[in-house]
Design a protein around this ligand. Structure first.
Ligand code: 1GP
Length: 231
């Protein structure tokens, strides 16, 4: 797979619409995390994305873009992750925006840089759930069905259990990891301490840390070591 995605255990997700000092960014990029993912659910523009990419590029850490706005597709990232929100009620987020983007760029895309993420949004209060009108009240059977859909039917390299803003149900996460044939399970949501990072890393393949970067940088940085040491 690309960029040794299959070896990533820890990823920081940075939001181009939020402020981050140079010092904080340096500590994140030198933290030993496996990759920095740029993305957000609102306020993402070409300008703030290009600006953040340029700042991250001072460091060697792999840097990938999670695409949510066509206008904010900035060339120069190592990979482009394309979310397919499986439980979106609004089809725009399943195939609609993808169709628009492919109409425009389909013929000139470098497919080796594209990775699809089968997204399952599980926190109904998150911005991502609101934006996509996600049906987040799912039982485990539903979640398993979506996970198999992404893994087996659509062959997405990544299944993403997105609890953004809250710490999820680790039993469910572990269950889903166990049924995936080839996809990697990314977990994101509420990992704001080394303890939670350890729990998440025992349940998913890859742990994504977002909000904590902006709320408590020291704790966020401590998740890297916690994940690496518990592998
Ligand atoms: C958000 O999954 C990521 O897209 C991480 O979630 O911001 O809650 O850490 P948090």
């Amino acid at each position: 797979m690309h960029l040794q995605l299959e070896q990533w255990r820890h990823v920081f997700k940075l939001d181009p619409d939020r402020e981050l000092s140079d010092e904080a960014l340096e500590r994140i990029c030198l933290s030993g995390t496996d990759a920095v993912m740029v993305g957000g659910s609102s306020g993402v523009t070409f300008d703030n994305t290009v600006d953040l990419l340029a700042r991250i590029r001072r460091y060697e850490v792999p840097c990938v873009l999670e695409v949510s706005e066509q206008e904010a597709i900035v060339p120069g990232f190592d990979l482009f992750l394309i979310p397919i929100v499986l439980n979106a009620r609004n089809p725009e987020w399943i195939v609609g925006r993808q169709r628009q983007a492919l109409r425009e760029y389909g013929a000139i895309m470098d497919w080796s840089q594209i990775v699809t993420e089968g997204y399952i949004i599980l926190n109904g209060d998150s911005t991502a759930a609101r934006v996509t009108d996600a049906e987040a009240e799912l039982d485990l059977k539903d979640v398993e069905a979506y996970a198999r859909m992404a893994d087996r039917l659509f062959r997405c390299p990544i299944v993403y259990m997105e609890y953004s803003g809250m710490f999820g149900n680790m039993d469910d996460v572990k269950r889903v990891r166990g049924l995936l044939a080839t996809a990697r399970l990314f977990y994101g949501g509420g990992v704001d301490s080394p303890e939670k990072a350890v729990e998440a890393t025992r349940s998913a393949h890859t742990v994504v840390v977002g909000n904590a970067v902006y709320h408590d940088l020291e704790q966020a940085l401590a998740t890297v070591k916690a994940v690496k040491e518990s592998v």
